[in-house]
Design a protein around this ligand. Structure first.
Ligand code: GLC
Length: 543
């Protein structure tokens, strides 16, 4: 019996390829230097040509943009910088005409401090109904000058900020992102309305931001090992009081019911950073999330043993609850895989970015490995996520000047952690000018590195480009239904090989070219040398 058996003919989200659009950096239609919905609509054909099944849009809601829109001040509208609700409807319509599904980002753990709920909470009394939308507490110490507990913000510094009247409010992220109190029934009802608002407009589902943070242990006790884990957790240690609380499952069940009351296989994917995967499996039980991001896979360095473990653990854990595994190598929070694999950047630094003072990646080697990693990933059964720009082989921008930086991580750590801006740089469409066709403005909201000119989409309209490899891979994946296929390891030597149906997927982890097994080569990430696969390359073979 293979490690994973084929699940054919089932719901789209079990095998689909979902492309993350980061609206600020996709395409600008109104020459203000910031991407927008009309820009996205104008380029959707390119995503259809690429061959993805769905897109997921990062937040485009009204927001002070302190955390690039993950600080929402109104969940039921569009920020004027991105357009209007009418622009959203038009975008959705066009996507559906092209056969692309659209998932949108739901940010339930926290709002912006400019959200009316928080503004009302601030102007209300301690212990009031308005304050109970959030986590307000008195401080410790004689005058309440010490925060209520020892929790830290993921973006650096304490997780508590003091309001004018002396009470403290909790924020696991920036101080402009106060955490909602999910024990409050009114918060739950408000979000059910938000889900329905967008489902009524026709969206196909949600990517849910930080769902593992939503529940807080009653009494908000200290983080027991904050010295070693900081704001996070350590696998194998007991769960800290702000992560993976069991109270959240009831919420996901209620959301799943809402999604299922709409036609069209609506789906939700949790950005659940829950490890080990045996624990994550609880999050994708049949009445909870349809899928979660596979951070175990994303976090793995491009090394054979680690990769094999990540894949084995994924199939074992997710098959147990009959959920699809997802596969992902990039997103807007992580160093782009070209640069990540072109240096020694493990998970610890992934969201800290690479700055001018860090060792610089070898992007040539990184691109070879990244293309090979993508090919290896896209042969796997399950759902796969791509992040805009990876189909062009874009590297991380590692030399952004401090004056351009936007990520709150940079400011909260005084630049010690440069943050995620390097992965969020606007896309190059047509070579030339200061932004390679991203905007007609002189400057984009973040500058591109020089290397983006030659990587522009118009420069990649030939068979040997990274774009051509992605396009071919998605075409073959769809024709052979690899997403619905089976999985078994064939060899665990330097030539790491698995089989999906009648396709062999091979990566050469060795240092020299290796003879390939017999069969028809369908696609390779680098030109073959005769019948040999070069080091750091992958290929697909039909047997
Ligand atoms: C998620 C988002 C990230 C954001 C954070 C807080 O991890 O992907 O960009 O900063 O949540 O909302």
């Amino acid at each position: 019996m293979p490690l994973h058996e084929a699940v054919s003919g089932s719901e789209w989200w079990r095998s689909g390829v979902i492309y993350q659009v980061y609206p600020r950096s996709f395409a600008d239609s109104n020459a203000d230097g910031m991407g927008d919905l009309v820009g996205i609509t104008s380029k959707l054909e390119h995503l259809d040509d690429l061959g993805v099944d769905a897109i997921w849009l990062s937040p485009f809601y009204p927001s002070p943009q302190k955390d690039a829109g993950y600080d929402v001040s109104n969940y039921m509208d569009v920020d004027p910088v991105f357009g209007s609700l009418a622009d959203f409807d038009r975008m959705l319509e066009k996507a559906h005409e092209l056969g692309l599904r659209v998932m949108i980002d739901l940010v339930p753990n926290h709002t912006s401090d400019q959200h009316p709920w928080f503004q009302e909470a601030l102007s209300s009394e301690p212990e009031s109904a308005e304050r109970s939308f959030y986590h307000f507490r008195d401080g410790r110490g004689e005058t309440g000058e010490i925060p209520p507990n020892n929790w830290l913000s993921l973006f650096g510094g304490p997780a508590w900020t003091r309001a004018e009247d002396g009470q403290w409010f909790l924020h696991l992220f920036d101080s402009s992102q106060p955490d909602l109190n999910w024990e409050n029934r009114l918060v739950r009802e408000a979000f059910e309305d938000i889900l329905r608002f967008w489902l009524d407009r026709g969206v196909d589902g949600f990517r849910v931001d930080q769902p593992h943070a939503m529940g807080k242990q009653a009494g908000l006790p200290d983080h027991p090992y904050v010295e070693t884990a900081g704001a996070g957790f350590i696998e194998g240690e007991p769960d800290p009081p702000m992560w993976f609380q069991d109270s959240v499952h009831e919420i996901f069940r209620s959301w799943r019911k809402i999604l299922e009351s709409y036609a069209g296989e609506c789906a939700m994917c949790g950005e659940a950073y829950v490890l080990p995967l045996t624990k994550m499996a609880k999050w994708v039980r049949p009445d909870e999330f349809h899928q979660t991001f596979n951070f175990r896979f994303l976090d793995s360095p491009w090394e054979k043993d680690s990769l094999v473990d990540a894949i084995n653990e994924s199939f074992r854990a997710f098959d147990e609850v009959r959920a699809p595994s997802t596969w992902v190598l990039n997103n807007h929070d992580t160093i782009r895989h070209v640069s990540r694999f072109g240096g020694n950047y493990g998970r610890a630094t992934a969201s800290d970015g690479i700055g001018p003072n860090n060792p610089q990646p070898d992007n040539k080697l990184g691109l070879a490995k990244a293309k090979a990693a993508t090919l290896f990933m896209l042969g796997l059964p399950g759902a796969a996520y791509l992040y805009q720009g990876e189909e062009l082989g874009l590297p991380e921008h590692t030399t952004i000047e401090p004056k351009h930086r936007q990520d709150p991580t940079f400011f909260r750590t005084n630049g010690v952690r440069v943050g995620r801006d390097g992965a969020r740089v606007p896309l190059p469409w047509v070579k030339g000018g200061s932004t390679n066709g991203f905007t007609e403005a002189q400057d984009a909201w973040l500058p591109q590195p020089n290397s983006y000119a030659g990587l522009s989409r118009d420069q990649q309209q030939h068979d040997l480009s990274t774009l051509a490899m992605y396009t071919q891979a998605l075409k073959i994946r769809s024709e052979l239904r690899l997403g619905e296929g089976s999985f078994d390891w064939i060899s665990n030597t330097d030539l790491l090989t698995y089989q999906n149906g009648s396709t062999l997927v091979i990566h050469n982890f060795g240092t020299s070219s290796v003879e390939l097994p017999a069969g028809e080569v369908l696609l390779s990430s680098a030109p073959l040398k005769g019948a040999k696969l070069p080091a750091n390359a992958s290929c697909w073979i039909s047997i």
